[in-house]
Structures are given as structure tokens and as C-alpha cells.
Design a protein around this ligand. Structure first.
Ligand SMILES: Nc1ncnc2c1ncn2[C@@H]1O[C@H](COP(=O)(O)OP(=O)(O)OP(=O)(O)O)[C@@H](O)[C@H]1O
Ligand SMILES: [Zn+2]
Length: 462
């Protein structure tokens, strides 16, 4: 059996992955809060852990892997979005608007992640379907002294869990000093975090022993993972931005509520998609959505390929150049494998690269080396969710021939060298860029490449 090694954030080492039960390998990924379209950064964990899901299915059998990714459909950000719509004159009660917003966002999410070739997880629980389990878990935590109720709120008593901070490697005192912990009159200690909070009459709320209210975000994942995967399971994944406080809080809640279990044994964190060195995020406003790119004509498969060229533990940028190169490679491979049946199994070198802590960049290098064996190239690429027939419509579009434009631009440039008037060169270059062409001019000559988002109809006349 293929040995999989994974970098476990909990131990900060690469470890051999040994599941608790090879008949049912269990993985949980923190899913989206469904209040708006997913931005490109949100798609990174989906693609990265989709590759892990595919690898686990290969090694243990598709029927022996349970992959859970939740939808957080109760959250203040969702409420705020619905409230803004109501204030803008939308019809219906706030509750109806909230429901409509979450339904709409989940449908967008599915469409966008399907376009990236991500398999649907085995289970996609919605937080609102597990409120009873959350209330039960909170009640248990109060009973065992790990939580307390005050003024309609329930708080987790952080100092009651001695291992708090172990995942992110910080002490509670460091965290207080560094983090923006909220001081509130209902808290015994500023580090304590909310398990339950009261809801106004017009906000979604559920009856509980502490009054009508709603759960905090962290308890949602603890309750859903317990209900669906048990008190001990194999892998918990998410973005590194969730390591503290979200995952630290999940561990504290789950380990205190279920001391008989170990909660998650391997923690995997993807690094951030960045824009000029900063995390792409809604709050910074430096984001574009997956849908923006798809609408610009960038195939989902190209987005996926760009992600997989960087190891998941490294920060990365999205650039038009990376997209153009990915598109050229995929186009070449699709031409090579057209009409060919995939080989019965993926190449061992590709499997070995993926099994080595998801070395997707290494696996892509191996794919390049398989150009002489298209059947193997196909089966190996498909293991990574690439070259799937259903995702290839974009590549069937006729390949553009830019030779005439290349010759014209070269002529203009040669003429400009003599006349010293570069305006005609600049004008043509600008027109080509506007049509989505990547223009490369060097001493060696002129090179034109149809970039992602290329539109032949916009090409300048010759
Ligand atoms: N820039 C990014 N790069 C990679 N992963 C990210 C990035 N931003 C968010 N994520 C991940 O996306 C997933 C969904 O997160 P969540 O729904 O909390 O995002 P959000 O609140 O909409 O985004 P933001 O962090 O932009 O406010 C999480 O696993 C999170 O770690
Ligand atoms: Zn979570």
C-alpha cells in the first residue's frame, strides 16, 4: 500500500499517515460562511484538499473515505448581508432574506467549486441542521466546568483547558498580549470565547437552556465533526488563518466535551493566496471571486493547475502569466491525449509525489515527463483532477493563429527602430493586450500568446 506522509501542524513534522480505521478514513475541512461569492483565496483549500481526498480514495478505496466539509449558515455576516438587503427595500422578513441568501450562496459555491474540478465531499452538513447537537455539547461543557452561562451568553473557560495554544504554539498569556481578544462584562477572563449568544427577536434564534439564541462559530465545527466523524478522527484541514483562534477553540471544546477521544490526529493547513504580499480577504477588500475569473473566460481547470503548481504550505500569488502558461500546458496535453483512453492506473512517480505531503508541483513535473506516454499522462493527470473530459470544452475551441499579428508587430518594430517613432508599436501592443494577448518583446523577437481571457473578436485589424 502507498505510504502517505503529511505535514502535521500539531507536531510540526512530516509524519507517516496511519488512519484509525482504513475501512473508514475520516477528514474534516472547515467550509465557507455562506454570505457571499467565494473569492479565489477561499478556493485554495478546496482544490488542495480535493487532491488529498482523491489520493485517499486511491489508496484506501473510494468507499472507504468520508470527507466532511460544512456550510456555516448561521453567522453575523450573513445576518448583516440580509439586513442590508432589507434596508435596500427587499421584500420578506429578515429570516426569509437570510434563508434566501444562504441558499443562493450555497448554489453559487457548488457551481464555482464544480468548475474547479473539485469533487463534492461525502457530506456537506449545514450548521443550522445541527443546533441540537451544539446545545448538547455546550450543556456538557457547563456540567464539566469548562463553560459558564452569563447574561444569555455561554462562554468557554479557556484556562480550564491546559493544552490551549498547543496547536499554534503559543501560551495563553502570549495570546492575550498579542491577540485582539474582546473584553466583555459577561466574561470571567478576556480569553474566554463565546459558545452561545442571545438573538434579537428578528434574528435567527433557537430555544436553549440559556434563552433564545444562536451558536458561536467555533462550536459549529466541533459539533458537526463529532456527529459525523466521532470523537476521534484522522484529518482536520483548513487555511492557516484558521489555526488561531478557530482551530485552537475547536480543539479545546472537543477535547473537553469528549475526553474519551483525541479529536483530530493530523492537522493540515494551507498557506494563503496573496495579493502583493497580503492575504486575499474580504475584509481587506483586495479580492476577486472565482466567478470573476470564470466569467473572464479563464477555465476552471486553468485555475486549478495554477494552484497545484505551488505547494500548499507556501504562500502564492495569482498572476496572468501563470494562468497563460497553465493554459498553454493544458492545451498541449489535451491535444496529446485527444481520443486516447486513460491507462488503468496513474504513474507511480505521480502517486509518490502526491503521497509525499501533497507535492503537487513535483507531480506536475512528472506529468511533463510523461508526454511520450499519453495514456499514462491522462490517468495520472486525472488523479489530480486535470484533463477530465467534462472540463475540456474550453480547449476544444479552435486554437488561435497569431502568426500574422506577430509578423505585423515585428515589422512595425523594425520600422520604429529606424524612424524612432514607437507610437505605432505601442498602439498595436495596447490593442493586442486589450484582446487578452500576452505580448513579449525581446532582442530575440516578438512573441504573442493568447492569454487567459483571450477574445479573438477584439484582435486589432492587420
Ligand atoms: N487568501 C486565502 N488563501 C487561502 N485560503 C483562504 C484565504 N482566505 C480564506 N481562506 C480559507 O477559505 C476558507 C473559508 O473561509 P471563510 O468562509 O471564513 O472565509 P471568509 O470569511 O469569506 O474570507 P476572508 O478570510 O476573506 O474574510 C477557510 O478555510 C479559510 O482558511
Ligand atoms: Zn472549523
Amino acid at each position: 500500500m502507498t505510504e502517505i506522509r503529511l505535514h502535521n501542524t500539531k507536531t510540526r513534522t512530516k509524519e507517516v499517515f496511519v488512519p484509525l480505521d482504513p475501512q473508514n478514513v475520516r477528514m474534516y475541512l472547515c467550509g465557507p460562511t455562506v454570505y457571499d461569492r467565494a473569492h479565489l483565496g477561499n478556493a485554495r483549500p478546496v482544490v488542495v484538499f480535493d487532491v488529498l481526498f482523491r489520493l485517499l480514495r486511491l489508496v484506501y478505496g473510494a468507499a472507504h473515505v468520508t470527507y466532511v466539509r460544512n456550510f456555516t449558515d448561521v453567522d453575523d455576516k450573513i445576518n448583516a448581508t440580509a439586513r442590508a438587503r432589507k434596508e435596500a427595500g427587499a421584500l420578506g422578513t429578515l429570516e426569509e432574506l437570510i434563508r434566501a441568501r444562504t441558499e443562493e450562496t450555497i448554489a453559487w459555491y457548488h457551481a464555482d467549486m464544480d468548475a474547479l474540478g473539485a469533487l463534492r465531499p461525502t457530506l456537506e452538513p449545514r450548521a443550522t441542521d445541527f443546533i441540537g447537537a451544539m446545545i448538547a455539547m455546550i450543556a456538557g461543557l457547563i456540567e464539566s466546568g469548562h463553560a459558564y452561562a452569563k447574561d444569555g451568553h455561554v462562554l468557554f473557560r479557556v484556562r480550564s483547558y491546559t493544552n490551549y495554544g498547543a496547536l499554534s504554539g503559543r501560551s495563553v498569556d502570549d495570546m492575550i498580549a498579542g491577540a485582539r481578544v474582546e473584553v466583555a462584562p459577561f466574561k470571567e477572563d478576556p480569553m474566554d470565547f463565546v459558545l452561545w449568544k442571545p438573538s434579537d427577536a428578528d434574528l435567527p434564534g433557537w430555544d436553549s437552556p440559556w434563552g433564545r439564541g444562536r451558536p458561536g462559530w467555533h462550536i459549529e465545527c466541533s459539533a458537526m465533526s463529532y456527529e459525523l466523524l466521532g470523537a476521534s478522527f484522522d484529518i482536520h484541514a483548513g487555511g492557516i488563518d484558521l489555526q488561531f483562534p478557530h482551530h485552537e477553540n475547536e480543539i479545546a471544546q472537543s477535547c473537553c466535551a469528549h475526553p474519551e477521544g483525541q479529536f483530530a490526529r493530523y492537522w493540515l493547513h494551507n498557506e494563503m493566496l496573496q495579493v502583493e504580499g497580503k492575504k486575499m480577504s474580504k475584509s481587506l477588500g483586495n479580492f476577486f471571486t472565482v466567478r470573476d475569473l470564470l466569467d473572464k473566460g479563464i477555465p476552471g481547470e486553468v485555475i486549478r493547475f495554477v494552484f497545484l503548481q505551488t505547494h500548499y504550505t507556501k504562500p502564492m500569488d495569482w498572476t496572468a502569466e501563470k494562468a497563460a502558461q497553465a493554459e498553454a500546458t493544458l492545451r498541449k496535453w489535451r491535444a496529446l491525449t485527444a481520443g486516447i483512453e486513460p491507462a488503468p492506473s496513474a504513474a507511480p512517480e505521480v502517486i509518490a509525489a502526491l503521497a509525499d505531503d501533497l507535492n503537487t508541483a513535483g507531480a506536475i513535473a512528472e506529468l511533463h515527463a510523461l508526454a511520450s506516454d499519453p495514456a499514462r499522462l491522462l490517468s495520472s493527470a486525472q488523479l489530480m483532477g486535470l484533463l477530465e473530459p467534462a472540463m475540456g470544452a474550453w480547449a476544444a475551441a479552435p486554437q488561435v493563429d497569431l502568426t500574422a499579428h506577430t509578423a505585423r508587430l515585428s515589422d512595425l518594430r523594425a520600422a520604429a527602430m529606424v524612424s524612432k517613432d514607437f507610437a505605432p508599436v505601442d498602439a498595436m501592443k495596447a490593442a493586442l493586450v486589450a484582446a487578452g494577448v500576452e505580448v513579449r518583446m525581446s532582442k530575440a523577437g516578438v512573441e504573442l500568446l493568447p492569454g487567459a481571457g483571450f477574445d479573438a473578436a477584439k484582435l486589432p485589424p492587420l
